[in-house]
Design a protein around this ligand. Sequence first.
Ligand SMILES: [Zn+2]
Ligand SMILES: [Zn+2]
Length: 346
Amino acid sequence: MNIVIGGGVGEHGRNCFYVEGQQASIMVDCGIMSEGDAHPYPRLTAEQISRVNWLLLTHSHQDHTAAYPWLVSQGFRGQVLASEETFAQLPFEVEKPCVIEAGQGLDLEQDLHVSCGRSGHCVGSLWYEIDFQGRRLLFSGDYTEDTLLYACDKLRGHWADIAFLDSSRNPVFGSAEALQMQILRAVTNTIREGRPVILPVPRHGRGLELMQLLYGIGHFRLDEDSQAARDAIPFQQEWFKQPLKDASSQGGSIYFIADTQLKKPGNRVLAERLVAEGGLLLLTGHAEDNSFSMRFVKRGEASIISYPTHASDRAVDLLCSLNSFAQVVRTHSERHPDPGPITLAD
Ligand SMILES: [Zn+2]
Ligand SMILES: [Zn+2]
């Protein structure tokens, strides 16, 4: 069995894994690099793409899904498997959707069985265990056990011929707890000095975790999408391990802007104004090279402290010791090189 890494190993973005079967193939995720990239799509041929019967999406973020329209233009006609919440979050329609529930196992074809669990990264995010033509493959998706809010079905006691594990978080920046404490301290100090804090976050993901972390420190000012994510919680309770603390306190302003790269002109203007007034623009995730967020960083007007929504190298070492994976590929980071095409011997 041959596996081709279309992207997402040795780089941050473009997660895409192509598993070639005898008659048809399967694919896990189809992300892009940043939108400004000259060649943002997975490194796969139209012939490979048109052989794919099933595309499994781990979650809705663009580094895992945004190449879907391009795949269709390249001849993709397969079915798409994801959680109901992931389908609802996608900014495009999927032609042949098939819903899988967290914890469920499905026979998709005679030689293709998929089971899944919640990966702790955002509402709808899953890891997949795939039995395909006599081989078992495991994909962690974006995975973390260090959550304040999201439920994670921890990978324990699993086995696989090969496991693709999110190793995005660089442990030199400290443990998940240390990162959370750094963010808490930076925001607390800024608010105490009477200055506002601006937090660009994704529409789905760490924004809610940050609300939990920063509860009681200041007055939350949520934009429409952040408010919508918060309002949806009562209808998505199975994705959370505990309730979100219900309101923010009085005091200085903490802005949640659901626009990580500050693409929308209105958000840019707001950020410029608040920074000019002495506000702290705090980036808590990946900033794309040519983004407006990165422009603030380059001018020394933004700080970066990553919120731990990914597994670290150390967490992956632990996963390897608590499961039995014959081969491991560490994904989602420049630190771990792309091993090239992989062949699982028969
Ligand atoms: Zn993600
Ligand atoms: Zn990702």
